[in-house]
Design a protein around this ligand. Structure first.
Ligand code: ADP
Ligand code: MG
Length: 361
């Protein structure tokens, strides 16, 4: 029997590293449980700052500020996987940090992540580590084309990746990486993209939301539909793969596992794309469309509180509001069954996620 974890209930203080929309929605959910949030971010005017009890604006290597932040809270989480290892270690030495630094390290680096997933005997695209142009030409020979070259670290929304087609010159693709360590992946001709978003708590209980089907535009998530249009058997396999990953990481909190679904004569197959050690855009629908939102579920899991019901309240469409689309906010307010969430970003930029709407029918 594992011992029960510490319990942080109403009146507790939660530290959140990062101040974007994910931190904002975690802080809002924490506040529902009378848990107040302290945000640590280098950004001025961050979306989470508007809804948190306290904000520290400092760099991630400012050890004095990090120590003061840690000492001011009971427990710490983060909204993004690129928290520097040293920052995470300093925080974890002073307060419980969830998810743990193993989860961070594994998911910060696409090569370590793929090796970890393959090591669990779960399916991933064939891959090849790329440090030199010779590695690249060898990799393309082995994996065939098309294939995708990605930086190992710091990629998001398709940034830091380039697709290589047959007959493409390799120098240009290699130069795109600007010397950063990279990984080459076989191109997966998927029929759908899905994500499993789930919570695991400190005693190993695991609870997945219904699977999300995700449609990207220009590499940015545009729509999520729930339920995903996949076979029940495929959904079961996807959820058990996510559970295996969470168990192996001794994970505490909400985790998202992005997957490709392929189908041919012999049926559907899943291939795991990447792991996000945090709440995830594809489960924003849970705020309005599930009995417990992913944000409250995350707070419950890390605070040692009982996990909530993930029952769905209808058929879901979530649409991201990207860039100029934010001008449609008044239209969204006029749509029935539509829930508008704006993130309070002061500057609109092309490709920037400004908010989302969830339609529940
Ligand atoms: P990130 O979300 O961190 O930018 P991903 O690895 O998830 O990076 O890639 C972004 C998108 O690019 C995926 O959602 C998918 O649509 C496409 N993609 C990535 N890798 C592959 C692949 N191996 N085969 C086919 N499509 C891919
Ligand atoms: Mg992705």
């Amino acid at each position: 029997m594992k011992s029960m974890p510490n319990v942080f209930g109403p009146g507790s203080r939660l530290g959140i590293v990062g101040g974007g929309q994910l931190a904002r929605m975690i802080a809002l959910s924490a506040a529902e449980l009378a848990i107040s949030s302290h945000i640590f971010t280098p950004e001025p005017h961050c979306p989470a700052g508007d809804v948190a009890a306290q904000v520290t604006q400092a760099e991630y290597d400012d050890e004095v500020a990090l120590a003061a932040f840690a000492d001011s809270v009971d427990i710490i989480t983060y909204e993004f996987e690129n928290v520097p290892a040293k920052t995470a270690a300093l925080l974890a030495s002073r307060r419980p940090l969830h998810p743990n630094s193993d989860a961070l390290e594994t998911t910060q680096d696409r090569l370590l992540e793929k090796e970890f997933i393959a090591g669990l005997n779960l399916p991933v695209a064939s891959f090849h580590a790329i440090d030199t142009i010779e590695d690249l030409s060898h990799g393309v020979q082995i994996l065939g084309s098309p294939c995708i070259l990605k930086t190992r670290r710091f990629g998001y929304d398709g940034k830091g990746q380039i697709k290589i087609e047959a007959n493409d010159g390799l120098n240009r693709a290699f130069d795109e990486m600007s010397g950063a360590p990279a990984i080459l992946e076989a191109y997966i001709p998927f029929t759908r993209e899905i994500s499993v978003v789930a919570a695991r708590n400190a005693v190993g209980e695991f609870c997945a939301f219904d699977i999300c089907e995700n449609v990207h535009r220009d590499h940015i998530l545009q729509f999520t539909y729930v339920p995903a249009n996949i076979q029940n058997k495929t959904a079961e396999i996807a959820i058990s793969a996510a559970r295996k990953i969470a168990d192996a990481l001794q994970y505490v909190g909400v985790i998202a596992v992005e997957m490709f679904v392929t189908s041919d004569g012999s049926g559907e197959r899943i291939i795991i794309n990447e792991i996000a050690p945090r709440v995830h855009n594809s489960a924003h629908w849970t705020i309005d469309g599930a009995n417990t939102s992913q944000f409250q579920q995350h707070v419950r899991a890390i605070c040692g509180l009982p996990l909530g019901s993930v029952a769905r309240r209808g058929t879901i469409e979530m649409e991201n509001i990207v860039g100029d689309a934010t001008q449609r906010w008044l239209d969204f307010l006029g749509e029935p069954n539509t829930h508008l969430h704006l993130y309070g970003k002061r500057e609109t930029r092309p490709g920037r996620k400004m908010g989302h709407v969830t339609r529940v029918r």
